[in-house]
Design a protein around this ligand. Sequence first.
Ligand SMILES: Cc1cc2nc3c(=O)[nH]c(=O)nc-3n(C[C@H](O)[C@H](O)[C@H](O)COP(=O)(O)O)c2cc1C
Length: 417
Amino acid sequence: MKTAEERSLEEFRLILGGRELVPVMQGGMGVNISTKAMALAVAARGGIGHVSDAMLPDLTDRLFGTGFTKLKAGLCRAADVLADKTGFQFPLSGVRDAARRYIADVMSDKKGDGLVFVNVMEKLTMNDGLATLKARLLGALDGGVDGISLSAGLHTSSFALMSEHPRFREAMLGIVVSSRRALNLFLKRSAKTGRMPDYVVVEGPLAGGHLGFGMDWMNFSLGDIVRDVKAYLAENRLSIPVIAGGGIFTGTDAVRMMTSAGADGVQVATRFTVTKESGLPDAVKQRYFEATREEIVVNGVSPTGYPMRMLTKSPAINSNLKPQCEPYGYMLSHGTCSYLKAYEEARAAGRLSEGVPEKTCLCAQMRNCKVWTVGATGWRLKEASEKGPDGRWILPGTAEVFDDYRYGTHDEVHCRH
Ligand SMILES: Cc1cc2nc3c(=O)[nH]c(=O)nc-3n(C[C@H](O)[C@H](O)[C@H](O)COP(=O)(O)O)c2cc1C
């Protein structure tokens, strides 16, 4: 019998919606770090690629010249929301249109046997959490997306919000959780729609982006949570594939997660942040390659309330950027956001010039690629590349990183460029 080190992911298949897929999901990375080109490259090779729906109205303006941000800013001016943001409303038909338009464009270019999903974070509250979440979910279904991964929240209403849509039972729907408890709550609350999720992503404490843990994240292990979630599903006689994500750097890490923890597939993201297709600016990709282990930290600057992992050199940390709610405002909840509060407190105390260390203006800073979020293995990215004659790290292609996960053995990283 072969050891995990001798096996490759190619020996496994993920069965989803009656299809046989390479068991590699490239995780969603907002805002537009997981681009259309990245997700399509993964789907073309038989895996599952994710785009993200984070700030799609703004992204659609940039990609297709639509006028959502201008329209919203005009509405804000008319309602004079500069001081009081409780009345600040996102034009909901515009939100749905943006999602439909973006997703339809992605899907129209899809080739191969894989799938393209969209990652939808509940925490983009947009001042009216449920109504805007509904517009985003319906827009993604309108656009013909193969599946939706619900993340960054408990999503206890999300299935109900979509249940009238004609594609509610046709699209693959999954939930990202970090515990048995979160999954149980989701299933209990979604039961009334008579629909189960098609897959569950278990995200452990080593992932990039926001973490579904407190600041005690280091006390948890992905393998243990996967085993616990598998046990929960077995106890409830549920047969739902479990995808494990967070800290899986090599194909061998993935095989171990499948053979020792019982995962049915893996979700990976950090390795793709520095690919040619990644939406990060090239200079930021170089910073990712240069990162040391000590420079990757988990902090509390995100106004979502979730801890987030990022490079200590992220320009968004301790920035005193004026709150950008009028053009963006995706974190507003009932007129407020914890960055707004922190900014006002710093201003009132006369210490604005020293920066705002407590929180960051997440919408603007993510949009402008100033939050350099990455998984705990980010310091190893340099193992998967080399420097060119100009002294810069050479960017691998998405397809090469995907193939390295698929065919890699013995913990080796073969991906060059
Ligand atoms: C740069 C970056 C951005 C991310 N953005 C999101 C996001 O917008 N929504 C989300 O649910 N997860 C996000 N994640 C988490 C990934 O989708 C994925 O589950 C996780 O990072 C996998 O672990 P790994 O990076 O160690 O491979 C992000 C991860 C990274 C590295």
